[in-house]
Design a protein around this ligand. Structure first.
Ligand SMILES: NC(=O)c1ccc[n+]([C@@H]2O[C@H](COP(=O)([O-])OP(=O)(O)OC[C@H]3O[C@@H](n4cnc5c(N)ncnc54)[C@H](OP(=O)(O)O)[C@@H]3O)[C@@H](O)[C@H]2O)c1
Length: 265
């Protein structure tokens, strides 16, 4: 009889746990996942690092960008929030630099669970005013970088049959964004790259998400004359990455579109 009651209580406990796990997907979060964020030295990338540090206990953050000083400051902030953070100086558009960074990340942390391709830059110019040099720069920093970094890390994810890859596109990667021809072309490229990787890895346990924010406050807007209150805070965009990651592994969010409540500028 005592055994019967214990068994009943135990099965109630397991039942409640598996019900909660099914509802929330909490069982899918790995202990201390390794998250690699490119362009983590400021703006949205730094906000993503802080949100993951604050919300996932003991998360291991690989923070990459070119500005070592800024990166160290972001890492220190994340460490205070409870993360283990390491910095990796890297020009993400440079093939050799990305290969070197990938070796350094593997040495420090082993396999990467989540890759966040965030590095990018904006430039304003009409189609007819866009120089070839500027066009090539926009493609390199926004598109080539995402290709190089993903190519460095995704084969290991496919082999392990697990991983998450985020691409930072833009609303400019979804439709015409006049006066930013090269940026728009590069972000359309990012969207295409994400869609192809999603199609090619859906049977490999790898989730791919393409994020399309509208105007979001970051240092790239300073000096623009736009009030921070008019557009989205970087923390909101950052939180979307975390929320998508937290869903159970049978669910992928393929695309997210985020816009300021008052609409595009
Ligand atoms: N803010 C917006 O309104 C908005 C809207 C839609 C999409 N986005 C996209 O969101 C991402 C972040 O934007 P943000 O507003 O946070 O921009 P940001 O403040 O200018 O930050 C850009 C980040 O990318 C890094 N980066 C630039 N070139 C790099 C390179 N060659 N190699 C490695 N890292 C590089 C920068 O670090 P270092 O200079 O230290 O290398 C910096 O950490 C970009 O892809 C951007 O296109 C932004």
């Amino acid at each position: 009889m005592v055994f019967g009651r214990l068994e009943f209580l135990w099965s109630l406990g397991i039942g409640a746990w598996s019900f909660a796990a099914r509802r929330t997907g909490v069982n899918s979060i790995k202990q201390r996942p390794v998250i690699l964020i490119t362009g983590a030295s400021q703006g949205i990338g730094a906000a993503i690092a802080r949100v993951f540090a604050a919300e996932i206990k003991g998360v291991r953050l690989a923070l990459a960008a070119r500005n070592a000083r800024n990166l160290r400051a972001v890492a220190a902030g994340c460490t205070k929030l409870g993360a283990e953070a390491a910095t990796f100086g890297c020009d993400a558009s440079d093939e050799a630099a990305v290969a070197k960074m990938a070796r350094a990340v593997a040495k420090r942390f082993g396999a990467v669970d989540v890759l966040i391709n965030n590095a990018g830059a904006f430039a304003q110019a009409k189609f007819v005013d866009t120089s070839v040099t500027e066009f090539d720069r926009m493609i390199a920093v926004n598109l080539r970088s995402a290709f190089l970094v993903t190519r460095a890390f995704v084969p290991a994810m496919i082999e392990r049959k697990s991983g998450d890859v985020f691409f930072m596109s833009s609303i400019a990667g979804l439709g015409a964004y006049p006066n930013a021809a090269a940026y728009c072309a590069a972000k359309f490229g990012v969207t295409g790259l994400a869609q192809v990787l999603r199609a090619e890895t859906k049977d490999a346990g790898v989730r791919v998400c393409c994020v399309h924010p509208g105007a979001t406050w970051s240092p790239s807007w300073s000096g623009s004359g736009v009030a921070p209150e008019r557009i989205m805070p970087a923390e909101d965009v950052a939180r979307a990455f975390l929320d998508v990651y937290r869903l159970g592994r049978r669910t992928v969010v393929e695309e997210i579109v985020l816009r300021p409540q008052l609409g595009d500028l």
